[in-house]
Design a protein around this ligand. Sequence first.
Ligand code: AMP
Length: 506
Amino acid sequence: MKNSVLAWLEHTAKAMPDKVAICDERGSITYGEYRNKSLAIARQIISVKREMGMELKSPVVVYLEKGLEVLVSFMGVAYSGGFYSPIDVDMPESRIDKILEILQPSVVITTKELKSRFEELSFQGNYLIYEEIESETCDEAVVSPVTEGIIDTDLLYVLFTSGSTGVPKGVSINHRSVIDYIDWVTETFEISSEDKFGNQAPFYFDNSILDIYSCMKTGATLYIIPKKLFFQAVLLLNYIKDNGINTIFWVPSALIVVSKLKAFRNVDLTGTLKRVLFCGEVMPNKQLNIWRKYLPDVVYANLYGPTEITDACTYYIVDREFSDEEPLPIGIPMKNTEILVLNEKDELVKEDEVGELCVRGTSLSMGYYNNPEKTREAFVQNPLNKAVPEIIYRTGDLVKYNEFGEIIYLSRKDFQIKHLGHRIELGEIETAVSSLEEVTLCCCLYNEKRQEIVLFLDSDLSREFIRERISELVPDYMIPGKVKYLADMPINANGKIDRVKLKEML
Ligand code: AMP
């Protein structure tokens, strides 16, 4: 058991069985219940997989509305020796189908109500209905030998991110990577059972890993903040205050909702909030400075990293003043992680030189599930190590060092963007739009200033028409906010769409 994240749940459930583990809009569960319900689910998964003659290590999809049931299901899957892959219930069906094709899961955990949506899809496996399985009793004699067999390089989860060719990529993470990361988080931020986390990240997004497992390891309580509160800043701050939440780890977009709407004038969180951590996109100092003005005694930390290295690999604990225009550093490597900033010749950058941030260490994903081609592109041999095989991950992020030796994030090398906290490959939107019969040429760009996805098109289809048609293919947050019609799409010398010219037209 010590080779898996389950050692934490076992320990916490035994040490403090009656402590509240998770609270959501509908209720709460204690650590004792968390463990027992997870074991009951594990028992069912094992039976179903054995009946089907499936490998116990095969994937299980969790298709549930956000709530504590999702986390109980995750742990159920982990106890059963397999790995989980959450699918957003708002995802268009055709995209779910692509994920199912990649994963080939043997089991889906869902509810009676949500099951019907899945039945329209190409899924061939078995359903476990949450309401029916969580009330079963746990049979440790069946589950324990399976759990004991887990080794730390076994997969724990696969999270899907946008893929440039329209096919999502399944980032595969093992137990060891999560153990390493959470050990660092809980030591660095001194997390204890006294703490209360306010979760914002969806459970299909990697930021949630910090929330879920820091709590499980230490016995802290996880509050799943209702999504609707992120549109009502004052209610959101009141929720934090009323529940005594002292730690949050949100995407900057969520923090900005609070600072932009001047919610601090109405609710004072002094003495309540202790740590404000963020990750996932650039945090503008202009907004952070508003937080710092109202809550000067809080520990603020900028974490940086892609899903492929288990949530985060560098961090900067804010320790000095910044003007509104200055960039906030993404800081220094986390423990047991090395950052290589490589120039175009694959050499380490010197002084002011810009290079690509590459990562080496235990945090690295094992690759994209069932996608050797994309895996080979991003997970490559360390060019500085000619002696033995050693994989590094190339993030595609361009960075440089400042005078303090801290890393500064500059931009992307490719067409991946962050829009309202969501990671999006513009190519995925272009693939969806190109699939429309009426379209010959199209191109998507991101207007950073206006935070808007702009679609350039050579046919005069209305934005509404496009929205309607592509909403069957991509999630809502990928739908372009603006469409620009061009009779002639600019083409460069290589015969490709001239993105530089289009950028000037944004
Ligand atoms: P995701 O896999 O969704 O976590 O997205 C990872 C990407 O988000 C990174 O490769 C960066 O481009 C961006 N990102 C993550 N954290 C930060 C940060 N603290 N500052 C700037 N960009 C970030």
